[in-house]
Design a protein around this ligand. Sequence first.
Ligand SMILES: [Zn+2]
Length: 471
Amino acid sequence: MRRQVIAAAMVLLVAGCTSDKAPVKPTPGEPTPGKPTPAAGEPGAAGIGDPYFPTSGNGGYDVGGYDLKLRYDPKTGQLGGAATITATATQDLSSFNLDLSGLTASAVTVDGAPARHAAKGAELVVTPGTAIARTARFTAVVEYAGTPGRLGDGGWLRTPDGGFVLGQPESASAWFPVNDHPADKATFRLAMTVPDGVEAISNGVPGERPSAGGWTTWTWSEAAPLASYLSFVAIGQYRVESGTHNGKPMVIAIPETLPADGPAAKSLGRTAEVADFLATQFGPYPFDAYGGVVLDDERVRYALETQSRPVYGGTFFAGGQNSGVVAHELAHQWFGDSVALERWEDIWLNEGFATYAEWLWAEHQGQTTAQALFDRRYDGFDWAEPPGRPGAEGIFGTPVYERGGMTVHALRRTIGDEAFFGLLKSWPAEHKDGNATTADFIAAAEKAAGGKDLAKFFQDWLYGTAQPPRP
Ligand SMILES: [Zn+2]
């Protein structure tokens, strides 16, 4: 994500007056090792175990794919349809939870048999007729409907011409039943039926677009597993430009309320050029499609790295062209999307590298150097908040972005350009389509540096509360 500076400052202010206590870890749903599991199984946990967001996601299963067939009526704001979820049980399951906020399930089946279901706040508890054995693959189909709404700062926002859904750290449960945490990545397919003449843009590769009875179904498919908060849909009046780049589909959507040749359109028009530059730094572009979507909505004062098709609040282009934010969101396709977080505490792994990509892009364009951008921040920075331990309220704070970016540059200075740029490519390659932690990154950096001990370096830069030595 890239928030506008003013928004980031506000978040920091909030983080500054909130205590940074570590929430209690929920009891995991796994059976006790060595103890035989009852044939009936145990309920899956209501949270996936992220210390910052104990109720995010669920335990007991691992989703392989989401296949959504939905209909949205901009006139009424009603959304409805069916979600088919294929998953593998990671324990003997008597019941399991899906996250679903503000929408109502009407029928649930598991492997074709009706299952009991009950809504408990934002949790949909599904109890199949017979327990699901550990390692068994199963398919759950949830029919549901309702008027989708906000979830935290994001969620589903209705607009005069349609609506869109967006948000970090969670947004998916505002529009479909989901294991809503980046640790459980899954493939994603969407068939969204909207009235003829309305566009529905989502992630990945566009497919067929059949029309019948005044309604058109837009189909999208993302074959690389995505973290749930990186799914999105934008419905409304858009100018959609479809093409190809490097043999992959490129889809760019600009609201009809913005000029076709204005700064937003011109900035997103550089998507191919920016992605190709980043590929020289980070290795091959990780997904099957390219693109971007601009939202012309005052409520969206950030950009988000939605997989293969980032979404940009129009406010980023209010002052003219801005390819820096394009570089930031496209860098996330490697750092954050293809290599996703295992837990939110490690968000500097996303934002530090996306910030640093902005610096590399600025240097590539001959505007300044990464060193100058580092120097401008290093002197006079407030070092009190460590980016490696931002607290749940601080995950979008300035230290995560700015000190995160400085950490990346300091690492470059410490291990040298050859090892550093090797690491920039080996890290996304080794963790492609996966999840990773800061500990994984430290190990990778030490390996790239020929076995150099970097424990003190990362302690100072990620976890210290005083200015680290100038590298
Ligand atoms: Zn970002």
